[in-house]
Write a protein that binds this ligand. Structure first.
Ligand code: AMP
Length: 283
């Protein structure tokens, strides 16, 4: 089955209204395209939770900083469309920029607290851009369920917070990270890696796994993360933005004692040459 491509908010609303009139439920998977098996896993999960699945592709300019990769972000809609058909999506919602941000657009959704650490200060404006576009997509499509990857763990918590705080009537589902065979988290940005960089990039996952193992064994978080940093540098990561152990829900720092009673998450961001990779695993 081919996927229906919709480019306007009015048309996506009309399609969803027709499904609703037929008593069907709707799932939404927001993406920026350049789809890989991580995205397609979200689409297949959506198909298990709802009768119809809408996948949005929108490379959202407001979540990129001025020196980030908005211009060179991979765009391949034809290939994405074929992949979506094979994963069972019903609609590809691919709006143009002025459909999402028409002239005069002046509203921003900001989520405090959760966005103050980790990627927040390193990417000023990023989470406001994400929160704003996700709030819009949820209100445009009004799905029963929307699925997001744990790969972007801080983003997932921000989205859970904003839907609760704004009373958006949707269930948010987090989906575990899909990885390559060696453990590297799938990401559209992996396409930027040269073959040698790609081979070295797996060290990020290995460093997090090592932190999990020693902290579970009772070692200090500070010692474990310091060791992980030198391991990453030794493996060829050119800069480390952070590798930390955080409370899985509040994202507050977690030490070995509190990690024994609270679910923890190891969260990391590091640069392999010009490519910034992020990843996380449960403690
Ligand atoms: P993006 O296109 O990078 O904005 O990602 C769209 C959605 O797919 C987000 O909810 C991501 O968290 C999710 N996602 C990206 N990579 C993966 C992965 N490797 N496994 C699971 N979900 C992912």
């Amino acid at each position: 089955m081919d996927v229906q491509v919709i480019r306007t908010v009015a048309e996506v609303r009309a399609q969803v209204a027709r499904w609703r009139a037929d008593g069907l439920t709707v799932g939404l998977v927001p993406t920026m395209g350049a789809l890989h098996d991580g995205h397609l896993t979200l689409v297949r999960e959506a198909g298990k939770r709802a009768d119809r699945v809408v996948v949005s592709i929108f490379v959202n300019p407001t979540q990129f900083g001025p020196n980030e990769d908005f211009e060179r972000y991979p765009r391949r809609e034809d290939q994405d469309r074929a992949l979506l058909a094979s994963a069972g999506a019903d609609v590809l919602f691919a709006p143009g920029i002025t459909e999402i941000y028409p002239p005069g657009f002046a509203t921003t959704v900001t989520v405090s607290g959760l966005t103050e650490g980790l990627c927040g200060p390193l990417r000023p404006g990023h989470f406001a851009g994400v929160a704003t576009v996700v709030a819009k997509l949820l209100l445009q499509v009004l799905p029963d369920v929307a699925l997001f990857g744990e790969k972007d763990y801080q983003q997932l918590q921000v989205i859970r917070r904003l839907t609760r705080d704004l009373d958006i009537p949707v269930t948010i589902e987090g989906v575990p990270t899909v990885r390559e065979a060696d453990g590297l988290a799938m990401s559209s940005r992996n396409a930027y890696l040269s073959p040698p960089e790609r081979a070295r990039a797996v060290a990020l996952y290995q460093a997090m796994a090592a932190v999990a193992e020693v902290v579970r064994g009772g070692a200090s978080v500070a010692g474990a993360t310091a060791e992980a940093r030198s391991r990453l540098t030794g493996a060829g990561f050119t800069a480390i933005d952070y590798i930390e152990v955080r409370d899985a829900e509040t994202l507050a720092p977690l030490d070995a004692t509190s990690a024994a009673t609270r679910p923890g998450r190891i969260i990391a961001a590091a640069w392999m040459g010009k490519t910034r990779l992020i990843d996380n695993i449960p403690l």
